[in-house]
Ligand binder design. Structure first.
Ligand code: UDP
Ligand code: MG
Length: 315
């Protein structure tokens, strides 16, 4: 089996880290070539996501000096997920296997060997999973981990503590290419592709220079995107709330009858109380039912593949 590896790295305003990252990863690539883990024509592909600094000229410079480096320049800033997808979809026909990672090397590049070895054992997708988040601030850790738990509760299938550091074989990428949705949350889509998968754990380190391109506002938007693009369970909450209100309306009926009997109900009050809760409940329930259909339409419009075939044995 040949192992032509393309490492895909999205970069947005990364001039402070780019050369150092390139240097470290180049050493790593040659080390893996020497150990025959990957072929000599493997590449490192930087995807410039519409940076406003010198990132793209730097990528071109790297490519001129050493053809192990390649570059893709996006027409404008499209965000991390789109930049990553652009990179993966562009390289999938040129290589056997890809590894995606961030430009700041917060993800331990030494985990790549382990990923490649799992690939050689026949895994198509290998997730990099953070074993500890000691270097992240308490706040980042807390928000991130709550997010993974919430996703799980909502039934969105994601890998716990896995970001976008992962190996994917070219056939897994072919599968991913069939997901046409524009609301992109790769961490949720990759598990849907299927094929044999495995994980590799590593320790996440600090960004060695530059600052995070994910401030709190972007992180929240990203989390909301993840939840709404993978799950229609939020709509079911409306239905549940409707049922709950109708239940309350029955309790209110009992309470108004009681008040009437005891004698402190004013004329007109009982019917008001009951209809308010009951109608409220019916409205919520109807909204939930309508929402259920909208949820279905939503999933239909994504035109996701209904199946992906692993093998077909036939003489
Ligand atoms: N990134 C990108 N486009 C954007 C924002 C970020 O391509 O609009 C890239 C960025 O250059 C980095 C990766 O996405 O390689 C992850 O960003 P960052 O390290 O800032 O996120 P954090 O690790 O803090 O979550
Ligand atoms: Mg980072």
């Amino acid at each position: 089996m040949s192992n032509k590896l393309y490492v895909v790295i999205p970069c947005y305003n990364e001039e402070e880290v780019l050369f150092e990252t390139a240097k470290r990863i180049r050493i790593k690539m040659h080390e893996m070539m020497d150990r025959d883990l990957i072929s000599e024509d493997s590449r490192v592909v930087f995807v410039n996501d519409g940076s406003r600094d010198k990132t793209w000229p730097m990528i071109k410079h790297l490519h001129e000096k050493d053809n192990i480096f390649s570059g893709i320049n996006l027409s404008r800033n499209r965000g991390h997920q789109n930049a990553l997808l652009a990179g993966l979809m562009t390289v999938k026909d040129y290589c056997d296997v890809t590894i995606s990672m961030d430009a700041d090397l917060q993800d331990d590049i030494d985990a790549m060997d382990k990923m490649i070895m799992k690939y050689m054992e026949g895994k198509d997708v290998v997730y990099g999973v953070r074993s500890a988040r000691t270097t992240d601030t308490f706040f980042k850790r807390f928000t991130a981990e709550s997010f993974y738990k919430l996703m799980e509760k909502l039934g969105a299938n994601t890998v716990y503590n896995h970001a976008d550091y992962r190996l994917m074989s070219s056939r897994a990428l072919e599968g991913l290419a069939q997901f046409k949705e524009v609301n992109l949350f790769l961490r949720g889509l990759v598990p849907m592709v299927g094929y044999p998968t495995d994980i590799v754990t590593y320790e996440r380190s600090e960004r060695f220079a530059g600052e995070s391109k994910y401030p709190l506002s972007k992180m929240l938007a990203f989390a909301f995107e993840g939840i709404t693009s993978l799950s229609v369970k939020l709509i079911r909450l409306i239905t549940a709330a409707g049922f709950f209100m109708i239940l309350i309306s029955f309790i209110v009926v009992l309470y108004t009858i009681y008040s009437y009997v005891v004698g402190y109900a004013r004329p007109g009050w009982s019917s008001m109380m009951v209809s308010m809760w009951f109608i409220g409940g019916m409205i919520m329930l109807s909204l939930g039912i309508v929402g259920e259909y909208i949820g279905k339409i939503y999933l239909e419009t994504k035109e996701r593949p209904r199946f992906i075939i692993d093998e077909f044995i036939n003489d």
